[in-house]
Design a protein. Structure first.
Length: 748
C-alpha cells in the first residue's frame, strides 16, 4: 500500500469515527428532549423559561449536527505550538463536534480563533489570537477535503494558502444556483479579515462585483453570533437588504451556517415601523428608467437635470438641515406667549416655561417636551394648591359671615351661603380636579401633528423660503409638484422616506424599541447619506457593517458617491471607522472581468475604488457581435440559448436596458419558457430570464447576453457606464454582447 493510500485510509477511519460521535450526540440530545430535561436542577421561578431556552438550544444543535453529518468537516490544520513537541491535528467544520467522555474537540467550528491558521496562515511559522493571548507555533499541514454527494470521501488536497487555484477552481467552476451558498471551505484571507473584524467599530467594505460581499456579510453575522452567543441573541442582529427579492436570494445561507432567527428587513420596512404608518412607495425604477432613456428632447433633458439635482438634494444632509430650520420654527412658536394662569393665579410665568421647553428639555423630541412640561405644570399646580385652598376656605368663611350679617331672612341667607360654597367648590375643582384639563387647554393652540402633515406643511409653505438661495425656483416647484402628484395617487417617493423618519424622530420620538447589537447594510451604495444619518440616530449604535460597490451605484443621484464623506457625516469625523476593500472577484472569468474593467475605467478616477482582479483564468472569450437588424440578432440569441443549455448552463439572462426593451425581446424571441424579471418578483427561480439592466444587480447567471450595446443605448454618462458594468459582471462563465447600431464608446 502506497503512502497516499495509507493516508487516505487513515482519513477515512477518522471520518467514520467522527460520524459515530455525531450520531451518538444526536441520539442523546433527542432522548433528553423527550425526557424534558429531568436531570437539570432549575430554580422554581425560572423553570418554564429555562426549559424553553434549553429546548430551543437542543433543537438547533440537533439540526446543525444532522446538517453536517454527511460532511462533518472541510479542512485540517496540523499545528505545533512553540515549546511543545506535540503535533495537533485540527479538523474544521461548520459546527463543532465533541467527544463527551474526554471533552476532546473532534471538529473545530470554523469561527473559532484557531481557524485563522487555515484561512490566513501558510506552512511554517504562524500565530493566532485567542482569549488566552497570542499563540505562536508552526503549521505543518493544511489539507482540504472533497466529498461526493453521498458523503463518501472523494479526494484530499494538501495546500499552502487558501487562494491556491487548484483548490478554488472546483468551487468557482460550479454552475450558479438560484440562491447564495456558504463558502466556509474557501474563505480567503481578505474575506476572513472582514468576517472577524471588530464588532464595535463601524466597518465599511468596498468590494468589486463578484467579490462575495453579501456572502461574507452573512458569514460575519454567523461568526459574531458564535463568538458572542452568551451575550446576545440572534434576534439582536439585523440584515438590511435593498428589496424582498434580494432577501429571498440570500435566505438559505444563515440556516446552512447553523444560524436562525436573525432579522432580515428592507429599509422601507424599518421606516414604516419607525413612522408608525405604511406608505405605498412609488417605483424607484420609474425615475431611473426616465434618466437612462435612450434619447430625449431638449425639454426632457432639462427635466432629467432637475430630477437629478432635486433627488440629490433630498437625499443629502443639506435637506436634513433645511428640516431642522423648519422644526426650529415649529418649536419657537409652540409655547404660548402667555403665563400659565388658573382663576387669575399665575402658576408659572411664560419666561420660565420657555426656558424649560427650549433649554431644560431641549434635547427631547417635541412630544416628549410637551409631556415633560405638562408634568411640570401639573406638579406646580399640585404644589401650590394647598396654599390656594387655604385662601379659598378663608375667603369662603369671610363671605359666609358677611351673608349672615347681610340677610336676616333665613331662606335668603341659606341660598347665599349655598352659592358661596358652590363658588368655593368650583374654584377648588378648577385647581385640583381640572388641573390636567387646564394644562391641556394651555397647549390647545398647538397640537402635535403626524410626520406626513408636517412634511406637507414644510414643502408647501417653508421650502421656498428656506431653500431660496440653495435651489432654483424651478427645482423647488418641481419638488412640491412631484410630492403632490404622488400624494394624489396615495404614494410617496423613495427620497421622502428619510425626511419622514427624521420628522418622526425629532417631533414624536421613536416608540419602536430597536434593541439591536449589530446591523449589516448590503448594497449600501444605493443608500443616501440622509438615510444613513437617520438610521444611525435611531439605532444609536456604531456596530454596523456596511457593504457596497460604488461602481454599481446606478442610483447615483440619490446614493453614496464617496464612502469617506458619507461616513464622516453619519458617524462624525472623530469616529474610528475601519475601511476594507475586496478587489478579487470570484464570480466571473478573467475575460469577462477585463471587459467590465474596460467599461468602469471611464469612471475610476471619480469613484476612487479598485478594479476587479479575476481569480478564474482561461475562460471563454467574450463575444461582441454586430447585426444588421433585430431579426438577425434574435436568431443568434435563440441559437446561443440552445448552445448554452447543451453545455449544461442552467441559469441564463438576456439583458435589455429598459423594461420596454425586455418586453420587445420577449415578443420577438417568442419562447413561453422565458420569464421577464420585474421589480414585483419576490424570488428568482432560475432558467432563462429576460432582465432589465437595473434589476440584474445582485444576481448572477451562468451565461449573459447583453442586447443593444450601442452608442444610443449606452452613452458615456455615469448612469450608463455603471449599468453596463453591472450587466457584464452578472455573467459567471459566458458573456455575449450584441449591437445593431455602432458599438458603445465604453467598449471601443
Amino acid at each position: 500500500m502506497s503512502v497516499k493510500e495509507e493516508e487516505y485510509l487513515r482519513e477515512k477511519q477518522k471520518l467514520d469515527k467522527t460520524r459515530k460521535y455525531i450520531v451518538q450526540e444526536i441520539k442523546e440530545s433527542e432522548e433528553r428532549l423527550e425526557r424534558g430535561f429531568e436531570d437539570y436542577d432549575f430554580d422554581d421561578y425560572s423553570d418554564d423559561y429555562m426549559k424553553a431556552a434549553l429546548k430551543d438550544r437542543f433543537n438547533q444543535r440537533i439540526k446543525n449536527l444532522k446538517m453536517i453529518e454527511p460532511k462533518p468537516y472541510f479542512a485540517r490544520v496540523d499545528f505545533v505550538e512553540d515549546g511543545s513537541d506535540k503535533r495537533d491535528a485540527f479538523y474544521l467544520g461548520k459546527t463543532f463536534v465533541t467527544d463527551h467522555e474526554t471533552l476532546e474537540q473532534i471538529v473545530i467550528d470554523w469561527r473559532a480563533p484557531i481557524a485563522d491558521l487555515y484561512y490566513e496562515g501558510r506552512l511554517g511559522d504562524a500565530e493566532y489570537d485567542c482569549p488566552e493571548g497570542m499563540i505562536k507555533g508552526e503549521i505543518k499541514l493544511k489539507r482540504q477535503y472533497f466529498f461526493k454527494e453521498n458523503g463518501n470521501l472523494e479526494n484530499l488536497l494538501d495546500i499552502d494558502i487558501t487562494t491556491n487555484d487548484e483548490m478554488l477552481q472546483p468551487f468557482l467552476a460550479a454552475a450558479s444556483d438560484t440562491r447564495l451558498k456558504n463558502i466556509v471551505a474557501t474563505i480567503q484571507a481578505e474575506q476572513n479579515k472582514i468576517i472577524r473584524a471588530d464588532m464595535w467599530k463601524p466597518l465599511i467594505v468596498q468590494g468589486v462585483a463578484g467579490s462575495g460581499k453579501t456572502t461574507i456579510a452573512l458569514h460575519r453575522i454567523a461568526y459574531l453570533i458564535y463568538n458572542y452567543e452568551k451575550r446576545f441573541y440572534p434576534e439582536e442582529f439585523l440584515i438590511i437588504a435593498p428589496n424582498k427579492f434580494f432577501l429571498n436570494y440570500i435566505s438559505n445561507v444563515l440556516p446552512d451556517l447553523g444560524v436562525d432567527r436573525v432579522g432580515q428587513m428592507t429599509y422601507e420596512e424599518i421606516a414604516f415601523d419607525v413612522i408608525g404608518k405604511v406608505f405605498d412607495i412609488a417605483d424607484p425604477n420609474e425615475k431611473l428608467s426616465f434618466m437612462i432613456k435612450n434619447s430625449k428632447t431638449e425639454k426632457e433633458k432639462r427635466l432629467a437635470e432637475i430630477i437629478e439635482k432635486t433627488s440629490t438634494v433630498k437625499s443629502s444632509v443639506r435637506f436634513k438641515n433645511m428640516l431642522d430650520e423648519y422644526i426650529f420654527e415649529i418649536e419657537k412658536n409652540f409655547i404660548p406667549e402667555e403665563d400659565f394662569i388658573i382663576n387669575d393665579h399665575v402658576f408659572m410665568d411664560k419666561n420660565q416655561l420657555h426656558y424649560l421647553f427650549s433649554v431644560e428639555y431641549g434635547n427631547l423630541p417635541l412630544c416628549r417636551r410637551v409631556e415633560e412640561l405638562s408634568k411640570h405644570l401639573y406638579n406646580a399646580v399640585t404644589m401650590k394648591s394647598g396654599e390656594l385652598l387655604r385662601e379659598y376656605e378663608e375667603d369662603c368663611a369671610y363671605q359666609i359671615s358677611k351673608a349672615k350679617f347681610k340677610f336676616s331672612d333665613s331662606t335668603m341667607q341659606q341660598s347665599e351661603i349655598r352659592r358661596i360654597y358652590d363658588e368655593r367648590d368650583a374654584k377648588i375643582k378648577a385647581v385640583t380636579k381640572d388641573a390636567k384639563k387646564n394644562v391641556q387647554k394651555y397647549f390647545k393652540e398647538n397640537k402635535v401633528l403626524e410626520p406626513l402633515q408636517y412634511y406637507k406643511d414644510f414643502l408647501n409653505h417653508y421650502l421656498a423660503i428656506i431653500a431660496k438661495n440653495r435651489m432654483s425656483e424651478e427645482e423647488i416647484q418641481y419638488i412640491k409638484n412631484e410630492f403632490h402628484k404622488y400624494q394624489l395617487k396615495g404614494k410617496i417617493e423613495m427620497e421622502d422616506i428619510a425626511p419622514l423618519m427624521y420628522l418622526k424622530y425629532r417631533i414624536h420620538g421613536i416608540k419602536t424599541k430597536f434593541d439591536l447589537k449589530h446591523i449589516v447594510v448590503d448594497e449600501a451604495q444605493d443608500f443616501s447619506e440622509f438615510q444613513f444619518y437617520v438610521f444611525k440616530q435611531i439605532v444609536k449604535s456604531n456596530s454596523l457593517t456596511i457593504l457596497g460597490d460604488l461602481s454599481q451605484g446606478i442610483y447615483y443621484y440619490r446614493g453614496t458617491q464617496n464612502w469617506q464623506k458619507t461616513m464622516s457625516i453619519v458617524f462624525g469625523p472623530e469616529t474610528d471607522i475601519e475601511y476594507l476593500t475586496l478587489s478579487k472577484t470570484y464570480r466571473t472569468t478573467e475575460e469577462i472581468m477585463n471587459t467590465a474593467n474596460k467599461i468602469i475605467s471611464h469612471l475610476i478616477d471619480k469613484l476612487n475604488c479598485p478594479l476587479g482582479e479575476p481569480v478564474m483564468k482561461n475562460g471563454a472569450p467574450v463575444t461582441i457581435k454586430k447585426f444588421d437588424n433585430e431579426k438577425e440578432m434574435v436568431v443568434q440569441i435563440v441559437s446561443r440559448l440552445t448552445e448554452f443549455k447543451n453545455n449544461n448552463l442552467k441559469n441564463i439572462a438576456i439583458i435589455g436596458k429598459t423594461v420596454e426593451d425586455c418586453e420587445k425581446l420577449k415578443e420577438l424571441i417568442g419562447m413561453d419558457e422565458i420569464h421577464i424579471i420585474s421589480d414585483s418578483d419576490s424570488e428568482y427561480s432560475g432558467g432563462i430570464s429576460i432582465v432589465p439592466s437595473y434589476l440584474s444587480k445582485g444576481l448572477e447567471f451562468d451565461a449573459v447576453i447583453i442586447t443593444n450595446a450601442d452608442v444610443y443605448h449606452y452613452t458615456m454618462s455615469e448612469a450608463d457606464t455603471k449599468l453596463l458594468y453591472v450587466c457584464c459582471t452578472r455573467a459567471m462563465s459566458q458573456l455575449d454582447i450584441y449591437h445593431i447600431e455602432e458599438l458603445t464608446e465604453l467598449l471601443q
